[in-house]
Design a binder for this molecule. Structure first.
Ligand code: ZN
Ligand code: ZN
Length: 269
């Protein structure tokens, strides 16, 4: 299958390669389409990973330039990984919005969920009495709220707080909370990414979302698209074959990919 990857970072945020280098690599891999989802600017955390203030017009212009330059070779889409705690004033230039949450917000403070394992340990100890369930609950509350407000086109790395294996994914209380949040989000946005980024970076052995959520996705008419969360051109379609295999083994008949300007179904059986 020719793959599309809509979760992709360039040097406009924390990716290692320029947008054009990403496009050339995608053409080399004979990809169906590539979307750029550089991180939205977050005013309370401007220095770790997000797009710098004022860079947005250059980003939009460059992706549009590449769209035109390579239009006979690959479909290119302009997206944004919109954090649930940042604001995007004008959505009109974008082909899609990938809705993600990288923080837990409590008492006016934002705690990064995925940046550093030791930060998560420190923050849960200091601000959540060591209670990872309470921490995860606050994350999912924020995620659902941002999805209802922003109505993204794709739900990104849904169960991110499990990245460092500190939140117990087997705890039934946790599972119920994540499941209910998922159902609430799918009512707004049916397309959810299977995100392989934590595998390529060595944090996890399986993609987001976790397997116990698959049946709920099917039951609630969710559609899965693949997202590499790539920061390096070697990872543009990392673990995509394996992800398709995993979906097939779990009874999925198809995935959706962005092509011809819309999400189209691609059979996997
Ligand atoms: Zn992200
Ligand atoms: Zn990302």
């Amino acid at each position: 299958m020719r793959y599309s990857n809509l979760h992709n970072h360039s040097t406009f945020s924390d990716g290692k390669f320029s947008a054009e280098e990403n496009v050339l690599a995608a053409i080399e891999k004979n990809m169906l389409s590539i979307g750029f989802s550089d991180h939205s600017y977050t005013d309370f955390d401007p220095n770790t990973y997000c797009m710098k203030k004022g860079v947005l017009p250059d980003y939009i212009a460059e992706i549009n330039r590449l769209k035109e330059k390579y239009k006979d070779q690959i479909e290119i889409y302009l997206g944004m990984e919109l954090d649930g705690y940042s604001v995007l004033e004008d959505r009109t230039p974008f082909d899609y919005i990938l809705g993600c949450c990288h923080y837990v917000r409590k008492d006016g403070m934002q705690f990064s969920v995925d940046h550093d394992k030791n930060w998560q340990i420190r923050d849960v100890a200091a601000y959540f009495d060591g209670d990872y369930i309470a921490y995860a609950r606050m994350y999912y509350d924020g995620y659902v709220e941002s999805v209802r407000r922003d109505k993204p086109d794709v739900l990104g790395h849904f169960d991110l707080p499990t990245k460092f294996s500190l939140v117990d994914e087997n705890d039934p209380v946790y599972r119920k909370m994540a499941t209910e949040a998922l159902i609430a989000c799918l009512e707004v946005t049916p397309v959810i990414e299977m995100n392989t980024g934590a595998i390529s970076r060595g944090y996890r052995k399986t993609p987001y979302p976790a397997e116990y959520l698959f049946d709920e996705i099917k039951k609630h008419h969710g559609q899965i698209t693949l997202g590499a969360d790539s920061h390096h051109i070697d990872n543009l379609i990392y673990y995509f074959d394996e992800s398709v295999e995993l979906l097939r083994a779990n009874g999925f008949q198809n995935i959706v990919q962005l092509t011809h300007g819309r999400f189209e179904e691609f059979g996997i059986v």
